[in-house]
Write a protein that binds this ligand. Structure first.
Ligand SMILES: *[C@@H]1O[C@H](CO)[C@@H](O)[C@H](O)[C@H]1NC(C)=O
Ligand SMILES: *[C@@H]1O[C@H](CO)[C@@H](O)[C@H](O)[C@H]1NC(C)=O
Ligand SMILES: *[C@@H]1O[C@H](CO)[C@@H](O)[C@H](O)[C@H]1NC(C)=O
Ligand SMILES: *[C@@H]1O[C@H](CO)[C@@H](O)[C@H](O)[C@H]1NC(C)=O
Ligand SMILES: *[C@@H]1O[C@H](CO)[C@@H](O)[C@H](O)[C@H]1NC(C)=O
Ligand SMILES: *[C@@H]1O[C@H](CO)[C@@H](O)[C@H](O)[C@H]1NC(C)=O
Length: 828
C-alpha cells in the first residue's frame, strides 16, 4: 500500500525534478537569482557556473568550470579577492546592465561594470566558457561586459590576450595566490606592446620569462606554439588592438593556465585516464630565465655551463663568469667606433633578443633594413620581421642584445653590427664550407658545428695522439682549431675507455662475443670489470665509408639524451682502433620479436602500443627536441633495440644527418636506407626530410601491428605490399584484419588498434606534405579525436625497382639478416 504521504512526496519530487530541469538554463535575467547550490549551464553543455569552494577552503566563490569533467576544474572566478564566508550569497542581474554578487546582508561585494546601459540586461554563459552581460534581444555579440576580458589564471580558446588601444583595456592572466585562494598571486602573463610586442611572465614587475616576438609562425622563443593539427594560433596587431588568440582545430578539451609558481602550462583532458595531461610548459628550461646570460650572452641548454658569449664577444667580467655568474654578460672583442665600414655578422639559430627597444616596419626588405641600421650608430642588429614565405619586414634593435637562446632546430637569423675589422673576416665562409665537406656532414654553421667539432677535438687532444694520427682528413678537421671555441671543450666530456679494457671485456673481440654486424663494423658484447654489460661497436679497419659514419654517429649520439635512444657510454680511439661503447640491450632488436612466430606471442597489444609510442617519442626527440635536428634516414625494425623491460631504443646513427635553423631536409646523391622503409621521394629523387623518417616510422608501426614485413609481404589476392594491403582494408573499413594473429589470443582495445593503424597510414602517405609531423603523431597516438582521412600510401605496390647497376659501384654499407642497405648514385 502506498500512503497518501508517500504519494504526495512522490508528486512533489517529480514536480521538483521538472522544476529543476526547467530551471537549468544558460541565462540569468533580472527576475531570476542564482543562489548558492544553483548553477547555470552553457547551451552546449560545456561549462557550468555557480558557487564553489576551492580545495580545503570554506570560502565561497562564484566561478565557471567544465560541466563534463569529473574533476572540478575552475576556469574563471568572479569575486577573486572578496570571498563569501557562508552560503548565503546571491548572484543577480540588475538594471541598467550589471551582474552583481550580494552577501547575506544584501551588500554588493562584486559587480561586473559597464559604462553603457540596455533595456533588458541578461547574463549568459556561452559554450566557449565566456560569461557575457548583454541585452536579451542582442544577437550581434554587443556585450556590455564579458568574463573573457577579465580572465583569472586560465586562457581558453577564443580569448584574446592583449590590448585594446582604443579603450585602454588590457587582458592578461594572473596566477592564483594558492590552491585555496584564487586572489591574484605573484605572477602575470601579459602581452607587452612596447617596441615590438612580446609576451612576458612577470613576478610583480620583474620579468621571469619572455616568449620573444611573433615571427608570423610562432613566438621566436616558443617554437612549439605554432599551428598544428590541433591548434591554430593568431596574433592581431594594428593601431586599434594587439592580441594573441588560439582556436581548436581538433576536438580536444584543453586549457592554458598560469601556475602559482609562474609556469605557463597547456593541459589536455585525457578521457581514458580521466585526468589532465600536461602538453607543454613555459618557461621550458633554465635558458628561458630572462637574461640569464646578460647582454650579448647566449644560453645553450645543451652545455653544462649554459651561458656563453656570442661569437666575437667575450665575458665582461671573466672572474665572475668563471664563478658561474654570467648576469653581467659579454662585451665585444673589438669595440664599435661607428665611423666607417661597419658590417653585419649573421648569427643563425637563435631566439631573438628582447625587442622592447626595437622598431619595426612591415614594408621594408631585409636589404633596406641593413641600410637603415647601418646609418644609425645606436642600431646594433636587425632581422626579418616575419619569417613566413622566406622572410619579410624589418626589425631593428637599439642598444644591447639581451636574452638570446641557442635554438638549433627552430631558431632565427639575426644580423649583428660589427666593426669593419671583425665583419671583414666574416664574409669569407669558404674555409668553413670546406670543413663541412671534409667531415661529410651538412651541419649549419654556428654553435652546433663548433660544438660537435670540439667534441672530437677534445677527445683527440686528451688522448694526445694527435701527431700520430695517420688519417690525414681527420687530422685536418682536428687541426682546424680556428672554428672551435674554448668554452665548449670543457662541456663535452665523453668518457674514454682504454683499449686494453675493451679487449678484456670482449675476450679480445672473440667471435663468441659477436652480436652482429652494425652499420660499419661488428658489434660485440662485453662485460666490464665491474660487471656492467656493454655493447661494443668497432669500426672495421678497411671501411673508408665507415670512418664517416663512425664520426657521424659519434657526433649525433653523444648529444642525444632520451630514454628511447640507446645510450653511448663512451668511446675508445687508440691507434687505428675506433670503438663506441653502448649500453647493452638484452632483448636485442624489435625485428627478432615481431617477425618471429614464437617470440611475437610475448608481445601483447599493450606492449606493442608502448613500443610504438616509445619509438615515436624517440623520433620526435631527434626531429625537434634534441640540440641537433637529426634525420635518422635508416629507421627500421632491426634498428629498434629493446631493453630488459621491452622499452624501445632507437640505434644506429651511422647514416643520420643533422640540420639546424629552419632546414628540414636536403637532397643527396647517395641514398642510404633499407628497402621497404624508404619513402618514394627519398628512394627516387634523393630528397630526405623529417617526413622521410615519418614514412619509415609508419612502416615500422604497421609491421608491429601486423607482424609482417612490408618488403616481401605476400597476399594471394593482390600484388600490394603491406602498406597497400593495409590501405585497401582501411578503405573497406576492415583494417582490423591486418592485426597479427598472435595478438588475437589476448584482449586488446580495437579502438586503440584502429587508431594506430590509421596513424600509420597517415605516416606512409605518398606526398610528404600530407604526412603528419612526429609531434602530431605522438599526440594522435596518445589522444582521442578525429583523424584526417588517410590518402594513398607511397610505394604501395611492391614493384618498385631501384637501379642496381648504380649501386654496385659504391660501398654497400651493410648486409645483415637478409636486409639490404642500398646505396644509390642518382645521375644528375
Ligand atoms: C563572516 O564575515 C562576517 C563579516 O566579516 C562576520 O561578521 C561573520 O562572523 C563571518 N561568519 C563566519 C561564519 O565566519
Ligand atoms: C557584506 O558585505 C558588506 C560590504 O562589503 C560588509 O560590510 C559586510 O560585513 C558583509 N557581511 C557579511 C556577513 O559578510
Ligand atoms: C570597472 O571597474 C574597474 C575596477 O573597479 C575600474 O577601474 C573601471 O574604471 C570600471 N569601468 C567602468 C566602465 O566603470
Ligand atoms: C631599453 O632602453 C633603455 C634606455 O636606454 C634601457 O635602460 C633598457 O635597459 C633597454 N632595454 C632593453 C631590453 O634593451
Ligand atoms: C606598405 O606598402 C603598401 C603597398 O606598397 C602601402 O599601401 C602601405 O601604406 C605601406 N605601409 C606602410 C606602413 O608604409
Ligand atoms: C637612431 O635611432 C634612435 C632610436 O630609434 C633614434 O632615437 C635616433 O634619433 C636615431 N638617430 C639618427 C641619427 O637617426
Amino acid at each position: 500500500m502506498i500512503s497518501v504521504e508517500e504519494l504526495l512526496f512522490f508528486a512533489l519530487s517529480v514536480f521538483c525534478l521538472i522544476q529543476k530541469i526547467g530551471c537549468v538554463s544558460d541565462t540569468i535575467t533580472v527576475t531570476q537569482l542564482i543562489k548558492d547550490g544553483e548553477t547555470i549551464i552553457s547551451s552546449g553543455g560545456s561549462f557550468e557556473m555557480g558557487f564553489f569552494s576551492p580545495s580545503n577552503s570554506k570560502n565561497r566563490y562564484v566561478g565557471i568550470w567544465y560541466k563534463n569533467i569529473p574533476i572540478q576544474t575552475v576556469v574563471w572566478v568572479a569575486n577573486r579577492e572578496v570571498p563569501l564566508n557562508n552560503t548565503a550569497g546571491v548572484l543577480q542581474v540588475i538594471k541598467p546592465g550589471h551582474l552583481v554578487l550580494r552577501n547575506d546582508t544584501n551588500n554588493i561585494i562584486w559587480s561586473s561594470n559597464s559604462s553603457w546601459s540596455v533595456q533588458n540586461p541578461v547574463a549568459q554563459l556561452l559554450d566557449s566558457g565566456n560569461l557575457v552581460v548583454k541585452d536579451a534581444n542582442d544577437h550581434l555579440g554587443n556585450f556590455l561586459w564579458q568574463s573573457f576580458n577579465y580572465p583569472s589564471d586560465t586562457f581558453l580558446p577564443g580569448m584574446k590576450l592583449g590590448w585594446n588601444f582604443v579603450t585602454g583595456l588590457e587582458v592578461y592572466l594572473s596566477s592564483w595566490k594558492n590552491y585555496e585562494d584564487p586572489a591574484p598571486g605573484e605572477y602575470t602573463y601579459n602581452y607587452d606592446p612596447s617596441g615590438y610586442p612580446q609576451k612576458f611572465v612577470k613576478s610583480g614587475s620583474v620579468i621571469e620569462f619572455r616568449t620573444g616576438p611573433w615571427n608570423g609562425i610562432g613566438f621566436s622563443g616558443v617554437p612549439i606554439l605554432r599551428k598544428n593539427p590541433i591548434f591554430s594560433y593568431r596574433v592581431v596587431f594594428n593601431e586599434m588592438e594587439l592580441y594573441f588568440t588560439y582556436e581548436l582545430l581538433g576536438s580536444v578539451v584543453t586549457r592554458f593556465t598560469l601556475s602559482q609558481s609562474g609556469v605557463g602550462q597547456r593541459w589536455m583532458w585525457d578521457d581514458q585516464a580521466r585526468s589532465w595531461k600536461l602538453y607543454l610548459s613555459i618557461p621550458a628550461d633554465r635558458c628561458d630565465s630572462y637574461a640569464i646570460c646578460g647582454a650579448y650572452g647566449s644560453c645553450d641548454i645543451g652545455n653544462s655551463a649554459i651561458c656563453g658569449c656570442l661569437d666575437k664577444f667575450e665575458p665582461k667580467n671573466p672572474e665572475e663568469w668563471a664563478k658561474g655568474d654570467s648576469s653581467n654578460g659579454c662585451t665585444r672583442n673589438v669595440q664599435l667606433d661607428c665611423h666607417s665600414g661597419d658590417g653585419f655578422l649573421k648569427y643563425s639559430g637563435y631566439k631573438l633578443p628582447d625587442t622592447r627597444n626595437s622598431s619595426f616596419s612591415k614594408n621594408i626588405s631585409l636589404e633596406e633594413c641593413e641600410t637603415i641600421c647601418l646609418k644609425n650608430c645606436t642600431c646594433t642588429a636587425y632581422s626579418s620581421l616575419d619569417i613566413t614565405n622566406g622572410g619579410s619586414g624589418c626589425l631593428l634593435w637599439f642598444g644591447d642584445l639581451i636574452d638570446m637562446k641557442v635554438m638549433p632546430e627552430v631558431g632565427q637569423d639575426i644580423y649583428v653590427r660589427m666593426p669593419s675589422s671583425e665583419s671583414g673576416s666574416l664574409h669569407g665562409p669558404d674555409g668553413k664550407k670546406g670543413l663541412i665537406l671534409a667531415i661529410g656532414l651538412s651541419l649549419p654553421l654556428g654553435m652546433v658545428l663548433i660544438g660537435s667539432l670540439s667534441l672530437i677535438l677534445y677527445i683527440w687532444r686528451r688522448k694526445n695522439k694527435l701527431q700520430k694520427q695517420k688519417n690525414s682528413e681527420m687530422a685536418r678537421d682536428i687541426n682546424d682549431k680556428k672554428y672551435t671555441s674554448e668554452r665548449h671543450k670543457k662541456d663535452l666530456e665523453l668518457p674514454l675507455f682504454d683499449l686494453s679494457r675493451i679487449i678484456k671485456a670482449t675476450n679480445n673481440f672473440s667471435s663468441d662475443n659477436k652480436l652482429g654486424e652494425g652499420g660499419y663494423g661488428p658489434v660485440y658484447k662485453g662485460v666490464l670489470e665491474e660487471g656492467q654489460e656493454v655493447a661494443v661497436k668497432r669500426l672495421s679497419e678497411t671501411s673508408r665509408q665507415g670512418l664517416d659514419e663512425f664520426k657521424n654517429e659519434l657526433i649525433c649520439i653523444a648529444k642525444l639524451q632520451h630514454r628511447n635512444h640507446v645510450k653511448l657510454l663512451g668511446c675508445c680511439i687508440e691507434g687505428m682502433e675506433k670503438i663506441l661503447i653502448y649500453e647493452y640491450m638484452p632483448n636485442k632488436s624489435l625485428d627478432l620479436f615481431i617477425f618471429d612466430p614464437i617470440r611475437s606471442k610475448l608481445l601483447d597489444w599493450p606492449r606493442r602500443f608502448h613500443i610504438i609510442q616509445g619509438i615515436a617519442r624517440g623520433i620526435l626527440y631527434l626531429h625537434q627536441d634534441s640540440r641537433l635536428r637529426i634525420i635518422h634516414r635508416d629507421l627500421k625494425a632491426s634498428n629498434v633495440l629493446l631493453d630488459v623491460d621491452m622499452n624501445p631504443k632507437i640505434s644506429d646513427f651511422g647514416t643520420a644527418r643533422s640540420f639546424g635553423g629552419n632546414e628540414t631536409g636536403a637532397n643527396t646523391s647517395r641514398v642510404v636506407g633499407t628497402h621497404g622503409y624508404l619513402s618514394p621521394e627519398y628512394a627516387v629523387d634523393g630528397l630526405f626530410s623529417v617526413k622521410s623518417d615519418v614514412f619509415s616510422f609508419g612502416v615500422v608501426l604497421l609491421e608491429i601491428i601486423s607482424g609482417k614485413r612490408n618488403r616481401g609481404f605476400y597476399h594471394h589476392d593482390h600484388h600490394h605490399n603491406l602498406l597497400g594491403h593495409a590501405w585497401m582494408l582501411y578503405k573497406e573499413e576492415r583494417a582490423l584484419e591486418i592485426v597479427d594473429c598472435h595478438l588475437l589470443g589476448s584482449p586488446f582495445s580495437s579502438l586503440e588498434v584502429l587508431r594506430a593503424i590509421h596513424v600509420g597510414l597517415l605516416c606512409v602517405q605518398k606526398c610528404p606534405d600530407d604526412r603528419p609531423s612526429m609531434s602530431s603523431v605522438v599526440f594522435m597516438l596518445g589522444n582521442e579525436g578525429l583523424l584526417p582521412e588517410a590518402k594513398q600510401p607511397g610505394f604501395f605496390t611492391e614493384r618498385y625497382v631501384l637501379n642496381s647497376e648504380n649501386s654496385s659501384n659504391t660501398n654497400a654499407s651493410s648486409s645483415s639478416k637478409g636486409e639490404i642497405t642500398i646505396t644509390l648514385v642518382e645521375p644528375r
